[in-house]
Write a protein that binds this ligand. Structure first.
Ligand SMILES: [Ca+2]
Ligand SMILES: [Ca+2]
Length: 219
């Protein structure tokens, strides 16, 4: 069972989210018109979800982590955060039913300015969080509180930061992979520049914000 580790608003993380990304690309604000017209493919526990493969405009598209977040955020959603085992199983069942290879989630390693807080150390154990909800994940060593794969590209339990160990980019983003290494359907740390299908989840903060500044728009 995944249990939720709710920490009170992580101000540092919130602030860091809006800082320009290393590449100069930024996290984009919601677009009221797109929020009002957002497509909901399915609801679960009161939240609406969007599956990139279920929309003829995005089916077959694979994009990097930041582009996926921005697609969702423009629509008052964000990449999916898998805070409970029920939600995790729901999303995994849709991935399997539709034979999707892999998806991006909002999960990310805190490895930027402001991440030197003691409670986030060491980052590979305590530094993972759901960016959409600013909520910490259970420690990666707590194997029955998370869904990290027991294996991966070099046969090591996830997160393994494999790409960086092999001289490439750090594996800072959390993807759900479907039998990619014949290891089941579960969580992997993956370099954020990789391109994948994505799942958006409605975001209460963005919806609230857009409703507040557009009182006459039905969002
Ligand atoms: Ca969620
Ligand atoms: Ca990995």
């Amino acid at each position: 069972m995944l249990r939720i580790f709710i920490l009170c608003a992580l101000a540092v993380l919130a602030k860091a989210q809006f800082q320009p990304q290393p590449t100069g690309r930024i996290l984009e604000p919601p677009i009221p018109r797109l929020c009002a017209q957002r497509t909901i493919h399915e609801r679960f526990n009161g939240k609406g979800y969007y599956f990139s493969w279920a929309d003829s405009r995005t089916a077959g598209q694979e994009i990097d982590w930041l582009a996926a977040r921005n697609f969702c955020r423009q629509r008052c959603m964000d990449l999916v955060s898998l805070e409970t085992s029920a939600e995790n199983e729901f999303i995994k069942s849709r991935i399997v039913q539709n034979n999707i290879k892999y998806i991006w989630t909002s999960g990310r390693l805190c490895d930027f300015k402001g991440c030197d807080r003691p409670d986030l150390q060491p980052p590979n154990i305590n530094g993972w969080f759901w960016t959409a909800e600013l909520q910490k994940l259970a420690p990666t060593t707590d194997r029955n509180q998370n869904d990290w794969s027991p294996s991966g590209g070099i046969g090591k339990p996830q997160p393994d930061n494999r790409e960086a160990l092999q001289g490439g980019a750090p594996e800072n983003c959390l993807a759900v992979l479907n039998q990619f290494y014949n290891d089941g359907v579960n969580w992997h740390d993956v370099a954020c520049h990789h391109k994948k299908s994505w799942v958006c989840e409605e975001n209460d903060s963005l919806l609230k914000y857009v409703r507040f500044i557009n009182p006459n728009l039905r969002v």
